[in-house]
Design a binder for this molecule. Sequence first.
Ligand SMILES: Cc1cc2nc3c(=O)[nH]c(=O)nc-3n(C[C@H](O)[C@H](O)[C@H](O)COP(=O)(O)OP(=O)(O)OC[C@H]3O[C@@H](n4cnc5c(N)ncnc54)[C@H](O)[C@@H]3O)c2cc1C
Length: 479
Amino acid sequence: MNVVCIGGGPAGLYLGILLKLQDSRHRVVVYERNRPSDTFGFGVVFSHATLGNLAAADPESYAEITRHFARWDDIEIHVRGQVLRSTGHGFCGLERKQLLLILQERARALGVELHFEHTVSSLDDEVLRGADVIVAGDGVASWVRDAQAGELGPSVDIRPNKFVWLGTTVPYRAFTFLFKESPFGLFRIHAYPYSAERSTFIAECRHDTWLRAGFDTADEDRTVAVLEQLFAQELGEHRLIKNRSIWRNFPTVRCQRWHAGNLVIVGDAAHTAHFSIGSGTKLAMEDSIELAAALLSAEGGGAAAIPAALAAYQARRMPEVESLQAAAQASLEWFEGTERYMHLPPAQFAYNLMTRSLRVSHASMHKRDPDLARAVEPLLSGGQAGVAPRKTAVALGEHRLLGRAIAAGPADQAAGVGIGGVAGAAGAAGAAPLACWWRWGKRQGAGQPSPCSTPPGLAMIRRRCCGPPPSSPRRRGAT
Ligand SMILES: Cc1cc2nc3c(=O)[nH]c(=O)nc-3n(C[C@H](O)[C@H](O)[C@H](O)COP(=O)(O)OP(=O)(O)OC[C@H]3O[C@@H](n4cnc5c(N)ncnc54)[C@H](O)[C@@H]3O)c2cc1C
């Protein structure tokens, strides 16, 4: 098989490795516009739960990757002068550049042809001629995706918050979230180690905060200077490090299809997941695992077998990716609205942060970090001891629900309400079942509002009810 890949990021390189492992007679060529050691970004974090797939797919590169890992178990949350530490999460990370160098070396050793400083900018490019499969692994700004928009049906949702990807010499020992009020507004920092001496340091803020801080006219040096001043206390004698550190808005990329004819898209070109759940690289590499397996099944079938193999790749991967994107969406919305939670008691704030992606249940928190789970229970139950979390009251807008279990009723579904049932028994003064609230929402809206026209207080519940259903088991380490 003759496979040509546009883009030598984790997706393209790993695919080359896996195809060569399957059959050394395959011809696999990767074109990368940058030099071998050029890269943007700093560390990439993986959760322990994701590593099994990489170990099974190629034990050799897995061993080399894990040899360079910084490992940690804790999440540390700095908020309103307090530091909360939650343990039992299981993360590891390495420098993005190191990851790429490992994959390049392994690919080269297996006979993948790597061409650096070679930009492919047209599907008519002669280097693509004669390819059985063209793989677009050209990243988040994929031109191939745009060129094939009619076939692939892409959508790019540009999120409102601003972020900048920096490094720091602070040797963090935990996944560290700093929430810092400043004269400009609230900053959120996502920091995590990638070696013994270096950490990733992503600064995120609302657009109005960003404008007030003057970042709209700041170059990289100015950005670093202002952030170093704002975080002088947290950084101590340490510095921030820049590397193409431009303020950006996160784009959530989705596509209706990932293949057209003999062309297939992988990794960030096909889908992105917000950096707050740290899974983009894992997703890109797992795409390659699935694509390589699908192409194996097309062997011997000639050109006619390729489209079916690419369809099989999409069918197997898309549910997993959509599930992770749903978690990433919940997480990014939490960070877009963090200002709303800043008044919460620190333990509740921390719990809220830890469960934001809707993948970590209370039972799971009890397993990971029983101290934090226990600390938050009296806050939720208003001091009542021994009340199961499911049975604690919750305020939603002007309503007070007596419990947190929600059941969908067939009558509501048939009526197109989308969700119904009662959260706890209604009856106490001021208490209302969720179904009533939902119908209220329907009455208030003009015409036929969708069940997703949810006021802010119900955003979490809306996502759980109306977002794509999680199709994979909860994973330890997913934040
Ligand atoms: C702030 C931030 C933090 C992140 N942190 C994490 C994290 O902790 N963990 C994690 O797993 N993921 C993280 N990610 C996501 C991760 O970086 C991406 O998901 C991952 O790199 C995707 O791999 P890829 O191979 O699909 O694309 P890329 O890594 O973007 O690689 C695409 C390659 O294609 C090349 N290319 C593009 N166009 C052309 C062309 N026309 N011709 C030739 N070559 C071309 C590019 O130069 C690039 O090398 C983060 C992302 C951001 C923005």
